[in-house]
Write a protein that binds this ligand. Structure first.
Ligand SMILES: [Zn+2]
Length: 426
């Protein structure tokens, strides 16, 4: 098969599968993987077949935490913003100034670009967050609705309505959240730490849960985002989850402060998080905050039985100038920042952007299995290690059994020098 057709694949042949020796064929029907069988060249000779040529075929990636309403807003300034006026502002003020100029169309254009990048990097599912507050109004949310519609054949998207400026701190935000939920926001977000007092932080959490229950949606909440041991709302979120009977319906992101709290405090909070079934999305870009460690104790959370994933957060916006929206980069950053060191740990960080990420979004976990939706990534790499070591390598992304994107890499050398690099000449 060459190029990208629009038809459904019937088979992926000559696949390398994680944890299995040999070459395998995945049989696909109606967008579902219906069988995994040893490679059969006769069966693979006809029909809509994608030849993996011995490359790794994996579960596609899932983005559990990303803010595409803001993506590219630093390099592609919204109309009316002058780069000079951003100089010297802190992240909060810079992000607020940028979003004050957002229009739904501007947000849609940048968010669509970000979502397409995510698909080209192997993701076919994303939980995306829209600032919903009195600075952005509903313009960011409306932009993400447009971007979701424009990319509906590439990936599945759910939208979090997020009061980034606070609730007590930003009167009017609660009503805007309610309006976004009425208009189809899939989850309610929060960021209690931005409030002025501990009581207002707890009121913020209670309001988020009130809205979640009113609209029967899940909660996706920013918690203790900075490397500040005084940030301590995560434990209260876990307790509120239990009080509301919301176990399994809450994801808390960042939780960077956990890293700096005493081991005794962290053990207690982690036990509470696990008991409450709160998923934790660690955010490797927190490593750029310059703290001593900074990645939210993913190993201790996992050991306690918590579901832990690794999220993107910001990309080229008022908060963070870099970002590739590449889950392979994120897995590597999680490996560095999470004090992982063994080859077996590669599977842990891989799962945090793949199987476990799907599980965090309410789907079955795991890698490739019979009965799964054909959400797959086909690499020009033989195994996970090689893919992780070459995050820009060739890759075909499959969504609902169709090829959604394909990245081809062509390397050329001075005549007489053979190409031996990964993915160069498959
Ligand atoms: Zn975030």
């Amino acid at each position: 098969m060459s190029g990208i057709g629009t038809g459904e694949l019937q088979r992926i042949s000559r696949a390398a599968l994680h944890g299995r020796d040999g070459e395998w064929d995945l049989v696909i029907a109606g967008g579902i993987v219906t069988a995994i069988e040893p490679h059969d060249s006769a069966a693979a000779a006809g029909g809509a077949v994608l030849d993996a040529r011995g490359g790794l075929v994996s579960r596609a990636f899932a983005e559990t935490h990303v803010h595409p309403d803001k993506s590219y807003s630093l390099s592609d300034l919204p109309e009316g913003i002058d780069a000079a006026e951003l100089a010297g502002l802190d992240g909060f003020s810079r992000a607020a100034r940028l979003k004050s100029a957002f229009t739904p169309e501007d947000v849609a254009r940048r968010a669509e670009r970000a979502l397409r990048l995510a698909v080209s990097n192997g993701a076919t599912r994303a939980r995306i967050t829209a600032d919903v507050d009195t600075v952005a109004g509903l313009r960011g949310f409306e932009g993400l609705l447009l971007a979701r519609a424009a990319t509906a054949d590439l990936l599945d998207v759910e939208i979090v309505a997020f009061p980034q400026e606070g609730l007590s701190r930003d009167p009017g935000a609660e009503e805007l959240l309610r309006e976004a939920l009425r208009r189809g926001a899939d989850l309610v977000g929060g960021w209690p730490n931005v409030e002025a007092t501990g009581e207002e932080e707890r009121a913020h959490v209670r309001t988020v849960f009130d809205l979640a229950q009113e609209f029967d949606v899940d909660v996706d909440i920013h918690a203790d985002c900075f490397l500040d041991p005084e940030e301590r709302i995560l434990e209260f979120i876990a307790e509120e989850t239990i009080r509301r009977g919301y176990q399994g319906r809450v994801l808390a992101s960042h939780c960077a402060a956990l890293e700096l709290q005493s081991d005794a405090d962290a053990r207690r909070i982690i036990a509470r998080v696990a008991e409450a079934g709160v998923t934790i999305a660690v955010i490797p870009l927190n490593l750029a905050d310059g703290g001593p460690r900074g990645l939210s104790r993913p190993q201790e959370l996992r050991a306690a039985g918590a579901l832990v994933v690794s999220g993107t957060d910001n990309m080229n916006d008022g908060w963070y100038p870099l970002g590739t929206l590449n889950p392979l980069d994120r897995a590597s950053m999680t490996f560095w920042g999470g004090s992982f060191d063994d080859e077996e740990d590669l599977d842990v960080v891989w799962d945090m952007v793949s199987g476990e990420a799907w599980r965090a979004l309410g789907e079955p976990g795991g890698d490739v299995f019979v009965g799964m939706r054909a959400e797959l990534a086909v690499f020009d790499a033989r195994d996970r290690s090689e893919a992780l070591r070459n995050p820009g390598g060739g890759l075909t992304t499959i969504h609902r059994g169709r090829v959604a994107a394909r990245r081809r890499v062509r390397q050329e050398f001075l005549p007489g020098h053979a190409a031996e690099l990964a993915g160069a000449e498959r």
